[in-house]
Design a protein around this ligand. Structure first.
Ligand code: DC
Length: 209
């Protein structure tokens, strides 16, 4: 059976948590596509000693290895910013396209979360969900997550970081962050994780029949 669940939305809206839970519930494979861009971003920064060269980033994306995705520094704010920068490069996106498309249509069902899954990677997805939450709620969630490893980080810094990323991700020319016209909007501002997951599961169950 091929069945794709496309989950898009801005950073810290709850996509990752919902995607993981949905994949587990239905026994589908899960791909956090943000981790691909994060891996390219940190590796390109490393090679460029703090500076991202677009040609280097494209090379890194074309030769991404499994172990690049298992680094333990991919969830940092620095990796998030680097990811957002390399994600604006058409060559980087092109290099990561086939892998994501194949993953989406793999046998046994797949959940992918990102920014362009329902619009570019898999417009034919059986279920599309666009997860949002208010800027304040997203900043607070991400701050709580990041300050475990970085106690000096301020809420203001996180808020500014997310705003910069949102703007870059939404305004770029290639595959901007956008809800597909047929996506269900899931606003998690006032929803508990359990309630958001339950809503996503109900929608998918309805489509499976
Ligand atoms: O979901 P995330 O925060 O891990 O994503 C990190 C960055 O990667 C995000 O700011 C934009 C980019 N990204 C993208 O452009 N397209 C995707 N499908 C996933 C992530």
């Amino acid at each position: 059976m091929r069945f794709t669940v496309a989950i898009d939305g801005p950073a810290a809206a709850g996509k990752g948590t919902i995607s993981r839970a949905v994949a587990e519930h239905f026994g589908f494979a899960w791909l956090d596509t943000g981790s691909l861009y994060r891996a390219v971003g940190v590796k390109a920064l490393e090679i460029g000693r703090g500076v991202i060269d677009p040609a280097v980033a494209a090379q890194v994306a074309a030769h991404l290895q499994e172990h690049d995705l298992n680094r333990d520094d991919l969830r940092t704010a620095r990796a998030g910013q680097a990811a957002s920068k390399v994600a604006a490069l058409p060559e980087v996106r092109a290099a990561l396209l086939d892998f994501q498309k194949a993953f989406a249509r793999r046998e046994g069902g797949a959940v992918l979360d990102g920014r362009d899954i329902g619009t570019v990677i898999c417009p034919e997805a059986e279920v599309k969900i666009y997860v949002t939450a208010s800027d304040d709620v997203r900043a607070e969630r991400r701050w709580k997550e990041l300050r475990e490893n970085n106690p000096d980080l301020s809420l203001e810094q996180v808020r500014a970081d997310l705003a910069a990323r949102d703007a870059r991700d939404a305004l770029r020319d290639t595959a901007p962050m956008r809800a597909a016209p047929d996506a269900l909007l899931l606003d998690t501002t006032k929803l508990s994780i359990d309630a958001a997951v339950a809503e996503a599961i109900a929608l998918i169950q309805k489509r499976i029949g």
